[in-house]
Design a binder for this molecule. Structure first.
Ligand code: FMN
Length: 287
């Protein structure tokens, strides 16, 4: 009896293991399909729905005994994820990656980020901004020189920026008229690169760190649900604009981040729109 029990236990353990393996396989297949759609440009959560539709199509094809059709569906999905044929020289892509940019929330946010050119009036408050800055202060920074800062520009300060831009461009407006460019968002953050003299860290490295802070800011805001667009232009480092931002001679204005809410309409559009990522091979090479 004990033996019987033991056998039964073994059997159910086996069954359980089989179920887990089957579930694991199904999960792998779904992941592959999501990934295939993602690489086709379906870079949002909707990619999961498309993958589910694929799975459903494959299942019904199988149940109707069109086994070959199901194979085709699965094959076309995995074709799209096929590894890039390695060139004679250059990177070796023959070993598949274990990194999943669809499943990993951080990598997913990185790869789906978009600039939002027209934002709604709601903005993060200054305490939110402090947390965002806290999160991006991990930016790579040689010798921790912290060569960057942001300036908050809200309300009337945006008109002051418009006036400085006008002065730089030699634009004279009629009384009551104003430069509306800085009014495209309720909140702007100006990024200042502020390098120091250092015998081990050249100036360009410090500008690179400041630019990194800018990119991280965009990502952090995106991940926190806010819309942002980085803007600059030829007037950015002109004297009137630099004066307004109280820049020292060695400092550089890296532009402004226009920040606000992502409109409901745009959110809806995001759920159906596609934007294929550029082919990553163009950014990778060997010596
Ligand atoms: C330093 C910097 C300055 C930029 N200045 C402008 C600008 O003045 N006007 C503009 O339309 N886009 C500007 N862009 C580009 C946009 O911020 C944005 O990246 C571009 O429209 C592509 O959209 P995406 O970020 O969704 O790929 C700038 C980008 C960077 C990094």
């Amino acid at each position: 009896m004990g033996g019987h029990k033991k056998d039964k236990g073994k059997k159910s353990a086996h069954k359980k293991h089989k179920r887990t393996t089957d579930a694991g396989d199904a999960c792998e297949v779904t992941k592959d399909r999501v990934r295939a759609h993602f690489l086709d440009g379906n870079t949002g959560p909707w990619a999961k729905n498309l993958a589910a539709q694929d799975a459903q199509t494959a299942r019904s094809a199988q149940s109707e005994n069109y086994a070959d059709l199901a194979e085709d569906a699965a094959a076309s999905a995995s074709d799209r994820t096929a590894a890039v044929t390695p060139s004679r020289r250059g990177p070796d892509y023959s070993v598949p990656s274990s990194i999943d940019i669809v499943a990993d929330p951080v990598l997913h946010a990185l790869s789906t980020r978009r600039s939002i050119s027209k934002v709604d009036p709601e903005t993060p408050n200054d305490s939110d901004l402090l947390e965002i800055i806290r999160s991006i202060s991990s930016v790579a920074d040689h010798k921790s020189l912290r060569p960057w800062r942001f300036l908050i520009i809200r309300g009337h300060d945006r008109h002051r920026l418009g006036d400085a831009l006008d002065e730089a461009a030699g634009v004279v407006r009629k009384p009551g008229e104003t430069n509306t460019k800085p009014l495209r968002a309720e909140l702007l953050l100006a990024l200042v690169s502020s390098p120091v003299t250092h015998d081990k860290v050249p100036e360009w490295e410090q500008h690179a760190t400041a630019a990194g802070a800018g990119h991280l800011l965009e990502l952090a805001l995106w991940q926190a649900g806010w819309g942002v667009m980085w803007r600059s232009g030829t007037l950015t480092n002109t004297e009137p604009v630099r004066r307004l931002h109280r820049l020292a001679d060695h400092e550089l204005l890296m532009g402004w981040f226009y920040i606000g809410a992502v409109s409901e309409r745009y959110r809806q559009r995001l759920t159906t729109s596609t934007r294929p990522l550029p082919k990553p091979e163009q950014f990778l090479d060997t010596l």
